[in-house]
Design a protein around this ligand. Structure first.
Ligand SMILES: O=C(O)CCC(=O)C(=O)O
Length: 286
C-alpha cells in the first residue's frame, strides 16, 4: 500500500486539501480515460440526459457537452473496480482508516468551450454526516492547466464557518451567497491544476468550486467520496444507489462519532432525488 508522507498528512490536516501531481499510475489513467471516452461517444446518440449521462446545454452529436456521469461505480465495471478496490482506496484508508465507507462517485467532464461554472460551496451540506471526516478524492483523466477550469480550493477553509448554501429567503442554492463569498480569504485560493493522473483530496468542509471551461479542451475530473465508518450519513439521498455506503476497508464502527459543530441540512430530497450540483446551481443561480 502506497502511503502519504507525514508531511502530506499534516498538510491535509492543516489546509484541508492535497494536490498530488501525477499520483495515479498511467495504466489506471488509461483504463479510466478509455471508459470515459466511450461514454462521450455514446452521448453523441443522445438528445436528452439518461440515468448514466447528464448532458449540458448546447449538446449536439458533433460537439458533445457532457456535464457528468453520476454514480460512476454503478455504471461500469472499471469504475466499480477503481472506486471500491483501486489505489485511491489506499489513499482514503491512509487518511481515514482503518474503517472506511464509500459514499458516492461521479465524473465531472467540464466540456470544452462552455463546461459550466461550479460556484463556491462546501460538500457536507449536500449529504450531512454525524462528523466532518468525509473527504473527496479527484483524479484528472487529462492534463489540466489553469485555462481548463481546474478545481479551486480555499486552503484552511475547512476550519471556517459552514454556509447554509441558501439565499436570503432561505431557498437552497447549493452555493455560498455573494456576501459569504466576499468574506473568503482570496490569498488562500489555490487552483489545483496538474498533469494527467494528478490526484486531489479535499475535506467535506473545504470551500471549493471551478470556473466555466472556455478552453477548447475537455477537463474530466473523476471524483469519489469516502467517509470514516464512524461518520453516519444523516439523509437517505444515496440509499437507492448501487454500492453507496459499502464498507471498502475495515469493518462497521463500534461507535458513531458526533461533531459538536451543527451541520446545516439540505432540503429533504428523499432517497435518490437529487441529480447534480450543476442543475441545482444553474436552476437557482444561473
Ligand atoms: O468539478 C469540479 O470542478 C468541482 C466539483 C465539485 O465541486 C463538486 O462536484 O462538488
Amino acid at each position: 500500500m502506497r502511503r502519504l508522507t507525514p508531511d502530506e498528512k499534516a498538510r491535509y490536516a492543516r489546509e484541508g486539501y492535497l494536490c498530488l501531481e501525477g499520483w495515479l499510475d498511467p495504466d489506471w489513467v488509461d483504463r479510466l480515460a478509455a471508459v470515459a471516452d466511450a461514454f462521450v461517444e455514446r452521448s453523441r446518440t443522445l438528445s436528452q440526459s439518461t440515468a448514466d449521462i447528464l448532458l449540458g446545454p448546447g449538446h449536439t452529436p458533433e460537439h458533445p457537452m457532457l456535464r457528468r456521469i453520476p454514480q460512476t461505480v454503478a455504471f461500469h465495471p472499471v469504475f466499480e473496480a477503481f472506486g471500491l478496490t483501486g489505489p485511491i482506496v489506499d489513499l482514503a484508508e491512509d487518511l481515514l482508516g482503518p474503517d472506511v465507507r464509500f459514499h458516492h462517485s461521479k465524473l465531472n467532464f467540464k466540456s470544452a468551450g462552455g463546461g459550466e461554472e461550479i460556484r463556491w460551496h462546501q460538500d457536507i451540506q449536500f449529504w450531512p454526516h454525524s462528523n466532518y471526516g468525509p473527504l473527496t478524492i479527484g483524479v484528472y483523466l487529462t492534463d489540466v492547466d489553469d485555462d481548463m477550469a481546474p478545481m479551486g480550493v480555499f486552503a484552511g477553509s475547512h476550519r471556517g464557518p459552514l454556509s447554509r448554501l441558501r439565499d436570503d429567503q432561505g431557498a437552497w442554492t447549493g452555493a455560498l451567497s455573494d456576501a459569504e463569498a466576499a468574506r473568503l480569504d482570496a490569498s488562500a485560493l489555490r487552483w489545483l491544476a496538474g498533469p494527467r493522473g494528478t490526484v486531489t483530496v479535499h475535506n467535506c468542509r473545504v470551500v471549493h468550486g471551478s470556473r466555466a471551461n472556455l478552453s477548447p479542451r475537455m477537463r474530466p475530473l473523476l471524483l469519489h467520496t469516502y467517509a470514516p465508518c464512524d461518520a453516519i450519513p444523516l439523509t437517505r439521498i444515496m440509499d437507492p444507489v448501487k454500492f453507496a455506503n459499502v464498507i471498502v476497508r475495515g469493518g462497521p464502527p463500534a461507535y458513531a462519532r458526533f461533531d459538536a459543530d451543527p451541520c446545516p441540512m439540505p432540503p429533504d430530497w428523499g432517497a435518490g432525488e437529487y441529480s447534480s450540483i450543476f442543475s441545482v446551481q444553474q436552476e437557482k443561480l444561473g
